[in-house]
Write a protein that binds this ligand. Structure first.
Ligand code: 5CA
Length: 445
């Protein structure tokens, strides 16, 4: 993509309304624009990252055997009355009346609708287990939308719903999601600590929240240092192996970790030695629930069991805050100059900077580099604009692409580009024809 043809409305100064770093950088980097409180447009750069995150979430869900579908954002009030949540949900639910005076709502979550879909399509225990998910916009009329997309009113969520014949199978479905979440966040360069959680309006008996540490997090968290020091990145898993999946869950839940609602200071002190008792603030990027027959019973989601009896299915629901993750990643990966995207979610792989646009030799060298990098499979943002070098450097640092390839008249004379690693700040001069291989090799290591 040529920057001269792209839409990247960056800001030099900090917007007044942004209280936290991620919100500030997202506005300054031209990723989002507020349309009204807690409601944002996703500008091209922001949308690219959102899609990358969504895809990682999707790949890891698919890997567990979960099946994607897409439910609408607008729901009928009827099914919510059946589950009893229409009144319980309160003011957070945005209620709408259509032209026929029918009561509708903008979905804050989808337990009722998916249970209804499941019910219409499943008769027998032989069709189980099944886990259906979608990645769809939700609306919650939050009292205090704040911190940009971190606590929005409209936000993108991945929500999965599992259906099993009995409690034991349902626990396996829950465990699979638990492990998939660890893998999902690790792929984005995050350690999201699973913590026992309160079930709130979703309900149920077993629940974990996944939190990443950040000073600006909304919850206070308490955890064992040993848990944080475990190896989070390196586990391959066979999801059909119940024992193996349960073992990973056991490993990650054996050590103390709790949000302030569930925290018990005496337990913390007795189970974690002094010096390893850590506390801090966390951002909730996922939440999983196992609630048995809470929705299947009132909504009549039954299947025939092996003895021919009609039994209510056991369910769980599993949410990832897809749009919130952008904020979470920025909170945990930035410096004073801007965002530092982990390469897996970066909007482009490489920023190519032409330091003398209009100079024939520099333009030609940049054009060749642009084409060559693309041919090697990289997504490149080519800054071909007629701006000062200083402005180009700060813009590129702000938007945080993992690699910068810098070409000016001096480099053209030597046949070399300067390559800058955004994360480490390291710079190296590399011959033009070796640039693609250099970056590929560094990315692989
Ligand atoms: N039905 C369940 C699981 S699918 C559910 O709705 N769970 S939730 O309420 O915990 O939401 C799931 C995730 O969505 C949260 O962990 C959080 O990361 C994200 N989320 C919730 N509310 C907001 C919000 N107002 N803005 C941005 N993300 C949010």
């Amino acid at each position: 993509m040529r920057l001269s043809k792209y839409f990247l409305p960056t800001l030099k100064d900090d917007p007044k309304e942004a209280e936290i770093i991620s919100h500030r950088f997202m506005l300054r980097a031209g990723m989002i624009r507020q349309e009204s409180a807690g409601i944002y447009s996703w500008l091209p750069l922001g949308l690219r990252v959102l899609r990358k995150i969504e895809n990682i979430v999707r790949e890891e869900q698919n890997r567990t055997g979960a099946v994607e579908l897409l439910m609408p954002t607008i729901q009928s009030a009827d099914i919510w009355r059946k589950s009893g949540r229409y009144d319980d949900y309160g003011k957070e639910m945005l209620r709408i009346t259509d032209r026929h005076d029918r009561e509708m709502l903008y979905g804050p979550t989808n337990e009722e609708m998916i249970t209804d879909i499941f019910k219409a399509g499943t008769q027998s225990y032989k069709d189980l287990p099944i886990n259906l998910y979608h990645i769809q916009w939700k609306f919650r009329d939050e009292v205090r939308p704040r911190f940009g997309i971190m606590r929005g009113r409209e936000f993108l969520m991945k929500d999965a719903y599992s259906f099993d014949l009995n409690q034991e199978d349902a626990q396996h479905s829950y465990n699979k999601m638990f492990v998939a979440y660890l893998r999902t966040y690790a792929r984005m360069g995050l350690k999201a600590i699973p913590m026992r959680a309160d079930t709130g309006p979703i309900g149920g008996e077993n629940s974990h929240e996944f939190l990443i540490l950040a000073d600006t997090g909304e919850s206070e968290v308490f955890f064992d240092k040993d848990l944080y020091d475990m190896d989070w990145t390196n586990f391959e898993i066979d999801y059909d192996n119940k024992g193996d999946v349960a073992d990973v869950v056991k490993d990650f839940t054996a050590k103390y970790a709790a949000t302030e609602e569930m925290h018990n200071e005496d337990d913390f002190k007795s189970s974690v030695e002094e010096g390893k008792r850590l506390s801090g603030r966390g951002i909730e990027v996922g939440h999983i629930f196992l609630f048995g027959t809470k929705y299947s019973e009132p909504l009549g989601a039954v299947v025939q069991d092996p003895d021919g009896k009609q039994v209510a299915v056991h369910s769980g629901s599993y949410g990832v805050g897809v749009s919130r993750l952008l904020g979470g990643i920025i909170e945990s990966s930035h410096d004073e100059n801007g965002i530092i995207w982990p390469k897996e979610v970066a909007p482009f792989d490489i920023g190519l900077l032409n330091l003398k646009t209009g100079d024939e030799a520099t333009d030609a060298a940049c054009q060749e580099m642009y084409k060559g990098l693309q041919d090697s499979g990289f997504d490149v943002l080519y800054d071909d604009k007629d701006d000062r070098a200083g402005a180009k450097f700060s813009r590129m640092d702000l938007i945080g692409l993992p690699w910068q390839v810098i070409i000016g008249p001096r480099g053209v004379k030597n046949g070399q580009a300067e390559i800058k690693n955004r994360k480490t700040g390291e710079r190296e001069d590399v011959a033009f024809d070796k640039v693609a291989a250099y970056i590929a090799e560094k990315n692989a290591s």
